[in-house]
Design a protein around this ligand. Structure first.
Ligand code: 13P
Length: 252
């Protein structure tokens, strides 16, 4: 049985005081949650403050990117060891905003996945098609290309640790959520890709989150689909009560 996993992606939002207040609110809201894993992925500069707030709570802390080199002359970058030093557990990689706005490609994402695993942290690998690609019937091809490219050279043991987030680009921040049937179809295909490469055993254990305009009102129906194992939440994760509303939707 895959345990539901709900993670907030705070993106480039909040100031320090707001980040601390939100972390406190989430920690309190999930005090009695025993049916799901919960994490918040924060801007780098708030990692220290939020980690301290959440250190004895049920909420794990993550970030939204990293660099793959250990250290050295990489101006502006943050290494996995630096993140570990501040209590980071999860690293979102390959988010569509990084792929499409910052120009990250599968080869770079693949190096980051390996660096995060080598540091003992957990990658949340994002994949997802753009609207034109969906309309052209290319969704499965795009997802397969991102899956194989981002996960090249990953062992079955490591694959079991990785979380995948399916985030259709047209549903991110647009209020246009994928229907439960659309999301389930892509999640099932993703699980088939994992099974083909790593075997059914591994495929059955990997958690696949859905992301894209998930809200308390639509979370339960999405999370009830057999291959949807959680959510990666943007806008609705910026308020403790709406984030908690989504977490409640994971209760079976
Ligand atoms: P929204 O929930 O704001 O659509 O964002 C989803 C997302 O990109 C999470 O990584």
């Amino acid at each position: 049985m895959r345990r539901p996993f709900i993670a907030g992606n705070w993106k480039m939002n909040l100031n320090r005081a707001e980040a601390v207040t939100l972390a406190e609110g989430v920690a309190k809201a999930v005090e009695n949650v025993d049916y799901a894993d919960v994490a918040v992925c924060v801007p780098f500069v708030y990692l220290d403050a939020v980690s301290q707030v959440l250190k004895d709570s049920k909420v794990a802390v993550g970030v939204q990117n990293c660099y793959f080199e250990k250290n050295g002359a990489y101006t502006g970058e943050i290494s996995v060891e630096m993140l570990k030093d501040f209590g980071c557990t999860y690293v979102i990689l390959g988010h569509s905003e990084r792929r499409h706005i910052l120009g990250e490609c599968n080869a770079v994402i693949n190096k980051k996945v390996k660096a995060v695993l080598a540091a003992g942290m957990i990658p949340i690998l994002c994949v997802g098609e753009m609207l034109a690609e969906r309309e052209a019937g290319e969704t499965d091809d795009i997802i397969a290309e991102q899956f194989y490219g981002s996960l090249a050279g990953i062992s079955p043991e490591d694959m079991k640790k990785i979380v995948i987030a399916y985030e259709p680009v047209w549903a991110i921040g647009t209020g246009k959520v994928a229907t439960p049937a659309q999301a389930e179809e892509t999640h099932a295909n993703l699980r088939k890709l994992i099974a083909v490469k790593y075997g059914q055993n591994v495929a059955d254990s990997v958690r696949i989150q859905y992301g894209g305009s998930m809200k308390p009102e639509n979370a339960q129906e999405l999370l009830n689909q057999p291959n949807i194992d959680g959510g990666l939440i943007g806008g609705a994760a910026l308020k403790a009560d709406s984030f908690m509303g989504i977490i409640t939707g994971a209760k079976k």
